[in-house]
Ligand binder design. Structure first.
Ligand SMILES: [Mg+2]
Length: 424
């Protein structure tokens, strides 16, 4: 975290959140002695998880009983100190006033939170307020935080906007905050990627699932994937998919080995939709170059996706053939390069240099082997990466806390051992 980066906080009311309230006739009261202050068993661990996720823990508490003459300030401070020590709070901020004082800090006003935000450089929109009464929720809303109510069903009128979340315990509040945190981190990281994500597949249900994912900007397919998905009628499958996905790029491949027939297929496929890119392999199976056909198609307005390239000289020559033609893609099989023990990153970076002068030609990082390749493609300025659904499903792991993920892994091993009924 850079020094200028804003911090995030969880603001915590004291009574009824950090310690149990004393409830009489349905109304909550503060403890008046250290012995009366009972901290719930789950509180310390819940707050530890929040602290580990990088949140400041700041108690914000109204203590009007001092102004009312019912409690001594010394005792309230001793109670606050106990909560701070037991729960490792970063700070306790107290409003000592009562309603007639008309201060700025007594909740439902947001003064305690705003003051802390100023002193600690806190991003309030990325922060949370946890309370057990309407005054807490109102203060959280007023400060622009997300609000969580720990519901104890007190006998009092609700005079605040609804909380963003309601739960029964501090553990429940912490779990919700951490879930939100993962989702925010995840979408923040993904929204910073410049590389466009394409889904590579030929299974209609899987393609439609990815179509519902806003991060997926296009689709690629190939005869191998189509065969694997059990497609027998090429045109019927393609038209079906194009009807379901009319507004994102879809690449469909020719399958002839003769250039005349490839050309006929390419012209036919191109007519199926404005979002169609026609995939042409860089050579036929006799290693004869497809470049003359690629040049002809591209310059007659067909959007081509030149595929199955692994070597730099292929990218150089194909780019020269595509220059000045219709918008096009060059697909470099970075994953297959990696399969040969070579690092694809420098190769892809060098390939990008050939494309730089040509705005209409985009590079596809094809056959990725792991989610990390998305970030590698982005780092070298590659325009697109196309990945199978099993890799794309890992997008939700992006930014995940490594300790949390470690714990998930331990649980997976344990659950599978139990399910297998292993015994020693
Ligand atoms: Mg309270």
């Amino acid at each position: 975290m850079s020094p200028n980066q804003k911090k995030r906080a969880v603001f915590l009311d004291r009574d009824g959140v950090l310690n149990k309230s004393i409830v009489r006739d349905g109304k909550p009261y503060s403890p008046s002695t250290l012995d009366e202050m009972e901290i719930p068993a789950d509180a310390a661990q819940a707050l530890q998880r929040l602290k580990a996720a990088g949140y400041l823990l700041i108690c914000v508490t109204n203590q009007p009983e001092v102004a009312r003459g019912n409690h001594s300030r010394q005792m309230v401070e001793a109670l606050n100190a106990k909560a701070q020590r037991v729960l490792s709070l970063d700070e306790v901020r107290v409003c000592w006033h009562d309603d007639p004082d008309n201060c700025d800090c007594r909740k439902p006003k947001a003064g305690l939170l705003l003051g802390a935000a100023k002193d600690h450089n806190i991003d309030l929109a990325a922060s949370f307020m946890v309370g057990d009464r309407w005054r807490d929720v109102a203060a959280g809303h007023g400060a622009g935080c997300k609000t969580i109510l720990i519901e104890h069903n007190y006998a009092e009128e609700w005079k605040a906007p609804s909380p963003h979340h309601t739960t029964r315990s501090l553990s429940g509040a912490a779990a919700w905050i951490l879930e939100n945190n993962i989702m925010n981190t995840n979408s923040q990281i993904l929204s910073q990627l410049k590389v466009k994500l394409f889904a590579d597949g030929a299974d209609k249900a899987g393609m439609l699932e990815m179509y519902r994912n806003p991060w997926i900007k296009g689709f690629t397919t190939n005869p191998t994937l189509m065969r694997k998905a059990g497609v027998s009628d090429y045109e019927a499958f393609a038209r079906d998919i194009l009807a379901a996905i009319p507004d994102r790029s879809i690449s469909l491949e020719v399958f002839s080995d003769e250039f005349d027939e490839m050309k006929r297929q390419a012209l036919k496929i191109a007519k199926w939709g404005a979002n169609v890119y026609v995939k042409i392999p860089v050579t036929n199976t006799r290693d004869e170059s497809s470049i003359p056909l690629i040049r002809e198609l591209s310059h007659s307005g067909v959007k081509v996706n030149v595929t199955a390239m692994l070597a730099l000289d292929q990218v150089r020559d194909v780019t020269a053939a595509l220059a000045g033609g219709a918008p096009s893609y060059v697909s470099v099989f970075a994953g297959r390069v990696a399969d040969t023990g070579r690092d694809p990153v420098p190769l892809m970076a060098a390939a990008m240099e050939y494309l730089k002068p040509h705005a209409g030609i985009e590079m596809i990082w094809a056959s990725p082997r792991e989610l990390l390749n998305v970030f590698q493609a982005d780092a070298v300025g590659c325009h697109i990466i196309t990945a199978t659904n099993d890799i794309l499903k890992k997008l939700e792991l992006v930014g995940r806390d490594l300790h949390e993920y470690s714990l998930d892994t331990v649980k997976m091993f344990r659950n599978d051992a139990v399910k297998a009924g292993f015994a020693l």
